[in-house]
Design a protein around this ligand. Structure first.
Ligand code: UD1
Ligand code: MG
Length: 481
């Protein structure tokens, strides 16, 4: 059931609860809504994947734009989706399940897409910001500047940028400090194509105005599309004040091709490296380190060459991440040391001052403070206490082909090299597992557990075997001559 909205004058929304009672919901004082256009075909990406699901810094483009809307504190977000609506809707709900999805069955243009979004907003919002799902770098700070320009007396504000190579971007035709119209490159005259002011796609007005403007759009243009950009000329014809706010070209980068996606990725990485250097993180060879949109790293952390941060990684202060580590959805405690060549997989939590060495893989593993897994181990679905030592080549056998099982290793336990811990299993406090053991039963605290075949020493037998082998080799060589 769709909620029944009644808009009152002082920025409160009223909704009916399940029993039909009206209650007041306090919303943002600015009554700000966002429309994110994501229905375009993205033909220029040459891909089966919808354009807004292509990843930038580990997250789909649509998440970058939703993140901007969230940081702005919008009270309602409407996302317009197209032919792959299920996939795009799922990605949108993964980020925020409180958005409204509207479907645009035929991609008849950006103006048509906004028409589809309007019933969800009606006349209810003082400010509606239109964002494009393929323009990921617009910052909340810039949009706040647009809100200020509107508050100072504009009916409509367009975000533009100056470009020395405007190529396919819409050109902004100005008249003094006002915008007269936006002309799409395909429809522009030779003179208009010389204009360096370009349209970012981001437009701000109120929902009542937007609703009446998009109703007046037509598709008399080269592409036979309903261009959102035409609302500027229509607003001017109604004597509305249309203003332009300029920001940097890199902020308004639109992604229409894989080349632009690669360029945007490089740009993101460059900026993020600079951000971390500024906040006191040492990057050994910054250009070789790859970050995600949400990477969090504390001060005085060291990151070596060729480290990759997949989504969901947070690292506390003073940690050392040595070269060639791959980290995914994990938390690294303060002053912990990781790598080189460690693979820290989702669900790993490394405690303060713990040590994960080379060729160690962890997954869904909690490693307690001061514990060590120094070499060549797989530790998965495991809870490890403090000051545990896991020897080289230890494997937690967590999977039986059907289900995953838990290994618990309590404080102070010592796991000898090349041990296999067959889960579910519990190794209690301060116990010792002898090297090369295959442990299938729980180990009580303070115990020594040995689970390997006994060693026999047959005195003099080596000499005898060697003599025999030498004789066989000599006979075979003679026969082959
Ligand atoms: C658009 C602008 C152009 C601007 C550029 C900035 C128009 C007409 N042109 O051009 O002035 O310089 O962005 O990057 O607006 N979409 C829909 N439904 C549609 C068509 C598009 O939802 O029917 C969505 C797309 O998914 C995309 C956004 O709208 O996220 C922009 O569409 P796109 O085709 O990329 O427009 P551009 O040619 O880049
Ligand atoms: Mg585009």
């Amino acid at each position: 059931m769709k909620p029944y909205f009644i808009q009152f004058s002082f920025y409160y929304e009223h909704e009916l609860d399940k029993k039909g009672r009206i209650y007041r919901k306090v919303i943002n004082s600015m009554s700000l809504a966002a429309i994110i256009l994501c229905a375009g075909n993205g033909t220029r990406m040459n891909s089966d994947l919808p354009k807004v699901l292509h990843k930038l810094a580990g997250f789909p483009l649509i998440h970058h734009v939703m993140n901007t809307a969230q940081e702005l504190g919008v009270s309602k977000t409407v996302i317009v989706v197209g032919k792959d609506s299920d996939k795009v809707s799922k990605a949108a709900f993964d980020f925020n399940d409180d958005v409204i999805i509207e479907k645009q069955d035929k991609q008849l243009g950006t103006g048509h897409a906004v028409q589809k979004a309007m019933p969800a907003l009606k006349n209810s919002y003082d400010d509606v910001i239109i964002l494009y799902g393929d323009v990921p770098f617009i910052t909340p700070t810039t949009i706040k500047k647009m809100l200020t320009v509107k508050k100072e007396g504009s009916d409509l504000v367009v975000l533009g940028f100056e470009s020395s190579q405007p190529s396919a971007y819409g050109r902004i035709v100005t008249m003094g400090d006002k915008i007269e119209k936006i002309v799409e490159a395909k429809d522009a005259s030779d003179v208009e194509l010389q204009i360096k002011s370009c349209n970012s796609g981001v437009i701000l007005t109120n929902s009542k105005n937007l609703m009446q403007l998009v109703k007046l759009l037509n598709n008399n243009n080269t592409s036979k599309e309903y261009y959102l950009t035409d609302i500027v000329a229509i607003a001017n014809s109604q004597n509305q004040k249309c203003s332009l706010l300029l920001c940097s070209e890199t902020e308004t980068l639109g992604i229409n091709t894989r080349h632009e996606l690669a360029y945007a990725e490089n740009l993101f990485q460059k900026r993020t490296r600079e951000k971390f250097l500024d906040i006191g993180v040492t990057l050994a060879s910054p250009e070789t380190i790859i970050f995600s949109m949400d990477t969090v790293i504390g001060r005085d952390t060291f990151v070596g060459q060729n480290v990759v941060f997949e989504p969901g990684v947070s690292i506390e202060t003073g940690a050392i991440i040595k070269p060639f580590c791959h980290l995914e959805s994990c938390h690294i405690g303060s002053c912990a040391e990781i790598g080189p060549f460690a693979h820290i997989r989702p669900g790993t939590e490394i405690g303060n001052s713990a040590r994960i060495g080379n060729f160690v893989e962890t997954k869904n593993a909690k490693v307690g403070e001061f514990s060590k897994i120094n070499h060549l181990s797989y530790v998965g679905d495991t809870i490890t206490g403090q000051k545990v030592n896991i020897g080289a080549g230890t494997i937690t056998c967590n999977y039986d082909g059907f289900s995953k099982h838990l290994t618990i290793i309590e404080d102070g336990a010592f796991i000898g090299s090349n041990s296999s811990l067959v889960a579910p299993i519990k190794i209690e406090q301060n116990s010792i597992i002898a090297a090369g053991s295959v442990i299938t039963k729980n180990v009580p605290k303070n115990s020594l557990s040995i689970a390997r075949s006994d060693q026999k020493n047959l005195l003099g037998r080596a000499k005898e075997i060697m003599r025999k082998l030498k004789k066989i080799k000599t006979t075979t060589e003679k026969a082959n001559r």
